[in-house]
Structure formats: structure tokens, C-alpha cells
Design a protein around this ligand. Structure first.
Ligand code: SF4
Length: 356
């Protein structure tokens, strides 16, 4: 156990969703993860990996004709890396091979179209991509001092961001890439309330001592568009922090949401209060079953055993393991570019395409 109590946004989400799952999974709790990947590949992760290469700050002034194939290669490498991890102990079925191939083709098609679309609207300069960093949690009751657990361990939050850019007016924006499978775009209010974007934005401001103008929600639909020319729709909606602008086609949507200082600050207070709940010694652990969450829960087998009064330990020993690696998965890009932050930096620093 380290001196600091380190939590991560995924642990906070799990804590809110189901305390039993959180207790099994969180690094400061039982720290179990499934010993084998549950799926052959995560399409969203592979697209993210491609976008990390495309927006790598050190290559931003390179000719995009050179960078595009590198980004597509990043996608394909990610798909292969994930498939190889899955097949370490198992063979793929014919359906899984076909599904992997179809998604490889789908992904390269989406990326080629995205690069074409983005070339007109990427009016910014990337400064950080796929960065991971720690921040000390300020005490909401006394923001000049850091929060600690009741045992006196300093509370830290470990955050990973997709991308931070600086626009033509020298304003910083946090960019969130989202891979959407739903045939309908989500409501604008859902983006305004986007907990992940607010958490990352708040942490980034604290970590890098700079002000964010807002968040950019960059959505890519995981589907091949209908034949014919895709219409571009433009929208501008007034909001508390300024005018939200949205540009969309059938396949892609980009929304700029200006955020006020107060909005980001208030979200940070909520994160800190939740961390205090998490580390409360009298915290009660109980399951919160709902098919919406349980259907995709990695801890369903031990949870079912516990619910049925059966010893869950043999299941945990057979199919789960305590985490061994760091937070940053091997083989993925990570960098911090352009800042010298006053924080403990845990990101791996690796050039795109570097082999592990
Ligand atoms: S299966 Fe459902 S109730 Fe059980 S741990 Fe997972 S989310 Fe919680």
C-alpha cells in the first residue's frame, strides 16, 4: 500500500454504480481484475489509439498526408495487440475472426472519412495527448490544504485525458473523443452534464495551473454512412458559459461547450466529497443489482456466488487476479507536451509507434 490513497475516475463511477463491484475492483480495495480479457477487442479503444497518433503534438506541423497512414497503422496495431492478448490462452471462433476483420475495415473507413472532415475544422494546436497525471485533492472546507483519509493518508486522484488543445485566441480546451454506436446523437444537455469531461477538466486545471475555456466533445459514429453526400448541420446555442457550437454530419459531431470557472469548481467539490465517502471507515458495502449495470459487469460470477450464499473465493482465485501493472496499459501512447507541471507525473513518455 502506498502512502497516498490514489483513486481514479473509473473507480468513482463504479462506486456510484455498485459498491460491491467497486469493492472487488478498486485498487485500494480488493484490486481484482479478470485474468483474461472478456472480449477480443475494444473498438473504441483502437479508434482512440489512432486519434492519439493523429493529434500527437510533436507531429502536428507534419503534412497530414504523412500522419494519416501512421494513425491508421496505430488503429490496426491496437486491434492486433488486443486480439493477441485475448488469444494467449484461447482460439478465436470463425465468427470472432470475421467480426475482428469487419471492425478492422470499419475502423479504417471511419478514420479516413474523419481525417477528411476534421481537416476543415481542426482550428487548434494540440498540446497534450493521452496524458496521465496525479493531483492532490483539495479539501472543500479548506481549499488551501489537501484532503486526507481518516488515517491521515493524502488523497490523490489519477486522471487520464484524451487531448488538450490551444485555439487561435490562445484559449485551452479539453477534448473528449467518443465512439458512438447509438444511431441517434445524444441530447446537448447530456454533453453539458458529461461527468467525465468535467472531472478531467477540473483535474487538468488543478494539475497544470491553467484555465480551460471549455470542453470539446468529438464524437465518431461506429457505422458506415448511407451512400450519398452527408449534410453538414451547424448549431449555436447560448449557455451560461457562452455560446455552445455544434457541427455535425451523419458520421461525426463536434460540440464546443464553454465552461464557467464556477461550474468546474463545483464539480471538483463533488469529486472531493465523494472521495470522503469512499474512504469513510464506516462505509457500507452492498450490491446494487440492475440489469443495465449487471449485464456488462466483470464481477458477475463472484457477485452471484455471494448473493446465493456460496463461497466466492474459488471463483476469484480461478478467474481473477490482483492487478500487477501500472495504470497505463502497455503499448498505448502517452505524452505530456508543452507544460512543466508541478505535479507527480506518472505517464509513460513514448513516441508513436514505439514497440513494447
Ligand atoms: S453483477 Fe450487478 S450487483 Fe453484482 S457486482 Fe456487478 S453490478 Fe453489482
Amino acid at each position: 500500500m502506498s502512502v497516498n490513497y490514489v483513486a481514479r475516475p473509473w473507480e468513482s463511477r463504479l462506486f456510484r454504480r455498485c459498491r460491491r463491484a467497486w469493492d472487488l475492483a478498486a485498487r485500494e480495495r480488493q484490486d481484482y481484475e479478470p485474468s483474461e480479457p472478456a472480449q477480443v477487442f475494444d473498438f473504441g479503444e483502437a479508434i482512440h489509439d489512432a486519434l492519439d497518433v493523429y493529434y500527437f503534438p510533436g507531429m502536428w506541423d507534419w503534412n497530414r498526408a504523412i500522419v494519416r497512414p501512421l494513425a491508421v497503422a496505430g488503429f490496426e496495431k491496437s486491434m492486433r495487440r488486443q486480439r493477441d492478448a485475448y488469444t494467449q490462452t484461447r482460439e478465436l471462433s470463425a465468427e470472432q475472426v470475421q467480426d475482428w476483420e469487419q471492425h478492422r475495415e470499419l475502423g479504417t473507413g471511419i478514420l479516413e472519412r474523419y481525417f477528411e472532415w476534421a481537416s476543415d475544422i481542426d482550428r487548434f494546436t494540440p498540446i497534450q495527448v493521452a496524458s496521465q497525471f496525479d493531483i492532490a485533492l483539495p479539501d472543500p472546507a479548506n481549499p488551501d490544504s489537501g484532503l486526507t483519509t481518516p488515517e491521515g493518508r493524502p488523497l490523490q486522484y489519477r486522471v487520464r485525458i484524451d487531448l488538450v488543445v490551444i485555439d487561435d485566441h490562445e484559449l485551452y480546451w479539453l477534448v473528449e473523443h467518443r465512439i458512438i454506436s447509438d444511431p441517434h446523437w445524444s441530447d446537448l444537455e447530456a454533453l453539458r452534464l458529461d461527468e467525465q469531461a468535467l472531472t478531467r477538466g477540473w483535474a487538468w486545471q488543478l494539475g497544470f495551473l491553467a484555465k480551460l475555456e471549455g470542453t470539446i466533445h468529438n464524437e465518431l459514429r461506429a457505422a458506415t454512412p448511407a451512400a450519398g453526400k452527408s449534410e453538414v448541420a451547424l448549431r449555436a446555442v447560448p449557455g451560461v458559459g457562452g455560446i455552445t457550437t455544434q457541427r455535425s454530419t451523419e458520421s461525426f459531431r463536434r460540440t464546443h461547450i464553454p465552461r464557467t470557472e464556477l461550474e468546474i469548481e463545483r464539480h471538483g467539490i463533488a469529486v472531493a466529497l465523494e472521495m470522503q465517502d469512499m474512504t469513510d471507515p464506516s462505509l457500507r458495502i452492498y450490491p446494487n443489482p440492475s440489469w443495465e449495470h449487471c449485464s456488462a459487469c466483470a464481477y458477475r460470477p463472484p457477485c452471484l456466488a455471494m448473493t446465493q450464499g456460496i463461497d466466492e473465493r474459488p471463483i476469484l482465485e480461478a478467474s481473477y487476479r490482483r492487478r500487477v501493472g501500472g495504470d497505463f496499459p502497455l503499448g498505448r501512447l502517452g505524452s505530456v507536451w508543452g507544460f512543466v507541471p508541478e505535479i507527480h507525473r506518472v505517464a509513460e513518455h513514448r513516441a508513436p509507434g514505439a514497440e513494447q
